[in-house]
Design a protein around this ligand. Structure first.
Ligand SMILES: C[S@@+](CC[C@H](N)C(=O)[O-])C[C@H]1O[C@@H](n2cnc3c(N)ncnc32)[C@H](O)[C@@H]1O
Length: 492
């Protein structure tokens, strides 16, 4: 039975209690972690920026927070967490910059006196240090904003820790947007007619290029002539007419100007307005509503966020008549060049949970259709909370630790009050990725990548995954494994 969100002990809404904070122990949990080595980097790889970042920001490596906490201090006792706590204690969870800095310093002083702990802001310029925490925001705890009519920047908490229904709401929103906005570009197949035209054009260009290389230049359009060229006497002293003819000839040899096919479309990203209709009932919308309508075709300017970095896996697409090499495929296609008939509408169309192929591993996750390389296929659901909250609320509860995952310093708790993953596949908080087993880093066909949206963990294909294949991810370095670490599990 689906647990009632409101009855979960997770909906803690008060500032962290002293008992919650009072832990010196390193976490014993085996939390899954995000693969930072494969963070999308638009400048270096063809990994896309982030499909679901509403503000279209690339993921950015943040400078690490200055280490001011000694190892004897509680894990929570850090500068950024102090600012986080100060903001969290404020009834509205939102404060102007200077007020927040002052509140953080006051809280630091209070905690230091009450618990005989050194202050976290103890340099010569504590206000500057606290201000830098807000500027870098490396744990993604804060969202800066300017209220109407205000000159100063305010900050609010980026998420409500332990707020179960909010987490579900966000998760559903991301899923919907991914399927509607990005999957057409990932799963859409380039129309055979478009490929044929493209191939024809490439052949023409090739012919023209060959012709250019084999035919000696008719006339130079300038006067610097190589002595080795076999030119007529008139070309040695070209007349105005000769130059005119040479220019015309050169012009007729240049490739046709069809920017859409020659160069990838480099227009700025014009995102469609995809304001998801967040109904109180969070059940997935019925499929037919989500299927792209065949007519009218979506406007070509509706580019995905991942546009120029992402290439639909078309080159080796078996359904296509024309199998042009990947290197020759244009880098991006507009929606009207794609056949959208088989674009999935939800994870139910691409994945299923079944018995794992690893003996003794329990359930596993499988592809029910071919999944393209380099594609975001969904998100890992979890209710965000601090590590200390997780430790005090869920530490020994069922298998909560096995399914939780870290987003920076935030734990995403993926289980119900019994510490089990939600098990109603039609329920709004069911997440198939909770059933993904582990293999070693090299063999994993999925990566967990950090979304730019706070607490978003994206499950991303590392290669083409064939229908029927089990999905595997590498859980990360710091996981305590109760199973034998996979040295090379192969899926046939
Ligand atoms: C996130 S869950 C994955 C889903 C799990 N198999 C299930 O049935 O619910 C992680 C747990 O799966 C099991 N598991 C994952 N990868 C495994 C592997 N390579 N070998 C054995 N067990 C594995 C372990 O019990 C681990 O704690």
């Amino acid at each position: 039975m689906t647990p009632n969100a409101n009855s979960l002990p997770l909906a803690i809404d008060t500032p962290t209690s002293p008992t919650t904070l009072d832990t010196n122990q390193p976490s014993l949990k085996r939390k899954l972690s995000i693969d930072h080595s494969q963070r999308p980097n638009p400048t270096q790889t063809n990994r896309v920026v982030l499909a679901t970042d509403h503000e279209c920001r690339p993921v950015r490596l943040e400078p690490p927070e200055r280490q001011t906490v000694q190892s004897t201090q509680p894990r929570w006792h850090s500068q950024s967490y102090m600012v986080f706590l100060a903001l969290r204690q404020h009834p509205e969870r939102s404060l102007p910059r200077t007020d927040l800095i002052r509140a953080a310093l006051a809280l630091d002083k209070k905690i230091s006196e009450e618990r005989q702990l050194p202050r976290v802001f103890r340099g010569k310029t504590p206000m500057n240090s606290a201000s830098a925490i807000l500027t870098y925001n490396s744990d993604r705890y804060f969202v800066p904003f300017k209220p109407e009519g205000s000159r100063s920047t305010h900050f609010r908490l980026a998420y409500e820790p332990g707020n179960f229904s909010k987490a579900v709401q966000e998760y559903r929103k991301w899923e919907k947007k991914l399927a509607e906005h990005d999957w057409p570009y990932c799963f859409g197949e380039v129309k055979p007619s478009v490929l044929a035209a493209k191939r024809e054009q490439q052949q023409q260009q090739q012919q023209q290029q060959d012709q250019k290389e084999t035919t000696p230049p008719l006339l130079p359009s300038n006067s610097s002539i190589s002595s080795s060229s076999s030119l007529s006497s008139s070309s040695l002293n070209p007349t105005e007419f000769d130059t005119f003819i040479a220019d015309r000839t050169a012009l007729s040899l240049s490739p046709p100007q069809s920017p859409d096919l020659i160069k990838p479309d480099l227009k700025p990203d014009l995102k469609p307005d995809l304001k998801p209709d967040l109904k109180p009932d969070l059940k997935p919308e019925p499929k037919p509503d989500l299927k792209p309508e065949p007519k009218p075709e979506p406007k070509p300017e509706h580019k995905p966020d991942l546009k120029s970095e992402h290439k639909p896996d078309q080159a080796s697409n078996p359904s296509s008549d024309i199998n042009i090499p990947a290197t020759q495929v244009s880098d991006s296609w507009s929606l009207d060049e794609l056949d959208l008939t088989n674009v999935p509408a939800s994870w139910h169309d691409i994945l299923k949970v079944d018995d794992s192929k690893i003996p003794g591993a329990g359930k596993g996750l499988f592809a029910t259709r071919r999944l393209p390389n380099n594609t975001p296929i969904g998100f890992y659901f979890g209710v965000p909370m601090t590590e200390d909250e997780f430790d005090s609320l869920k530490d020994n509860v069922g298998r909560a630790s096995e399914y939780s995952i870290m987003y920076r310093k935030t734990v995403l708790d993926a289980t119900d009050e019994n510490g089990l993953p939600y098990n109603d596949p039609e329920g709004p908080m069911y997440c198939p990725f909770h059933y993904m087993n582990e293999t070693n880093e090299a063999q994993a066909n999925i990566s967990f990548l950090e979304g730019a949206v706070v607490n978003q963990v994206i499950c991303w294909t590392k290669r083409v995954i064939e229908q029927g294949e089990e999905l595997f991810v590498w859980y990360g370095r710091d996981v305590n494994r109760h199973w034998t670490e996979t040295k090379g599990f192969r899926v046939e």
